[in-house]
Design a protein around this ligand. Structure first.
Ligand SMILES: NC(=O)c1ccc[n+]([C@@H]2O[C@H](COP(=O)([O-])OP(=O)(O)OC[C@H]3O[C@@H](n4cnc5c(N)ncnc54)[C@H](OP(=O)(O)O)[C@@H]3O)[C@@H](O)[C@H]2O)c1
Length: 347
């Protein structure tokens, strides 16, 4: 089978690099086009990027010339890791020109015609695309994945919906790779915790409600969960930790919750998509887990690790979840979206 040609917008950034690493040996997709800013345009990729991944930069990609981030000779399927200050206009231009844009940026996540997808939870939200062309006038499409911490949180909350999920109180400990490259100055982050990430906390409730929501008459009816979040930046390289307390309508035992985490599966597992982890959520019984240094790469970085389930004297239960922010929280999430869309005949 011939592989589908794909392009990467924002190819030189942290998320762009992760796209290149994850797509290097992908069975269905082949990277044939790279786009970034004027700073990178016209340069060989190896020269334009500050490669920061442990995986080697693939030889063929290293020699590719970075293009202007504008539609023209780019392939139909585009992954985007663009800075959000420019993603709005550039992604719209690509969608307008007939491309399918699968984006990590915040710009279109809350658009009522744009799926905000985690395929294990809400692959049926692809139905929103039926309205996109007529309401937005784009010849192409935009599909998004959620904020990196929201993905880890929501994968841990989705198995709890069956118990009547009402409230989640969340504090995040977010890795520096989440701030892009060069990101936070070493002077500011070494030996420190920064209790503020601009614009981050406001995403938690609306994105979680949309992701966990249902499609009713072609629109999303949001899940009623109330989410309160505090976002912090910590001196960790990769992996966002999310300390969470939840309130549930039903009385439920800890064993039932642990079972719900471990048994949670979705369409990607059913279809055995190439990037699907066998188990999207794994509960770790050791009382000092999950830890970014030990657990962030579980399931190729696509599994969310959960631990420390215990009673909460304020709400009902509390636990700690950990997800790889540039894999499950970004590039891997977008690739899984594309894989599901291929299986649904939407590529
Ligand atoms: N890092 C994460 O963990 C994470 C997780 C989820 C979502 N996201 C989202 O993903 C996106 C990328 O994040 P990142 O961490 O990879 O950021 P980053 O390292 O700062 O990379 C930003 C990318 O955008 C490109 N860019 C900047 N200005 C441009 C312009 N005017 N025209 C075209 N391209 C331009 C940059 O190209 P140059 O190199 O040429 O400047 C670079 O390729 C952001 O929207 C972010 O919020 C990030």
């Amino acid at each position: 089978m011939a592989r589908i040609e794909v392009g990467i917008l924002g190819a030189t950034g942290m998320v762009g690099q992760q796209f290149i690493a994850l797509l290097a040996n992908h069975p269905w997709f082949k990277v044939t086009w790279l786009g970034a800013s004027q700073r990178s345009e016209g340069k060989a990729y190896a020269e334009a990027t500050a490669w920061r991944l442990a995986a080697a930069l693939p030889e063929d990609v290293s020699k590719m010339v970075v293009e202007t981030a504008a539609p023209g000779n780019a392939p139909k399927v585009m992954f985007s890791g663009l800075d959000s200050s420019v993603a709005g206009d550039i992604e719209k231009a690509f969608a307008g020109a007939g491309h399918l844009v699968i984006s990590n940026s915040k710009n279109y996540r809350m658009d009522s015609t744009v799926p905000l997808m985690i395929p294990e939870i809400n692959g049926d939200h692809l139905k929103l695309l039926d309205r996109q062309q007529s309401e937005r006038g784009w010849k192409g499409r935009i599909v998004t994945n959620p904020n990196c911490s929201v993905i880890a949180l929501t994968l841990a909350l989705a198995p709890l919906r069956q118990f009547g999920l009402r409230t989640a109180m969340v504090t995040t400990l977010q890795a520096i790779s989440g701030a892009g490259y060069p990101g936070v100055a070493s002077w500011d982050i070494l030996g420190n915790v920064i209790p503020f990430i601009d614009g981050e906390e406001d995403k938690f409730q609306p994105e979680t409600q949309k992701i966990l929501g249902r499609v009713v008459n072609g629109a999303i009816e949001g899940h009623p969960v109330v989410v309160s979040a505090t976002a912090t930046r910590v001196p960790v390289r990769d992996g966002h930790t999310v300390s969470t307390s939840v309130q549930l309508e039903q009385k439920v035992t800890p064993d039932a919750i642990i079972d719900a985490f471990n048994c949670f599966r979705g369409r990607p597992q059913e279809l055995q998509l190439p990037s699907a982890p066998p188990q999207p959520v794994v509960y770790l019984a050791d009382r000092n887990r999950p830890q970014p240094a030990l657990d962030v790469n579980r399931g190729g970085g696509m599994t969310v690790s959960v631990g420390r389930l215990r009673a909460c004297p304020v709400l009902d239960y509390k636990f700690v979840a950990l997800g790889h922010n540039t894999i499950r929280g970004a590039a891997g999430a977008a690739i899984l979206n594309a894989e599901l869309m291929r299986e649904e005949g939407l590529l």
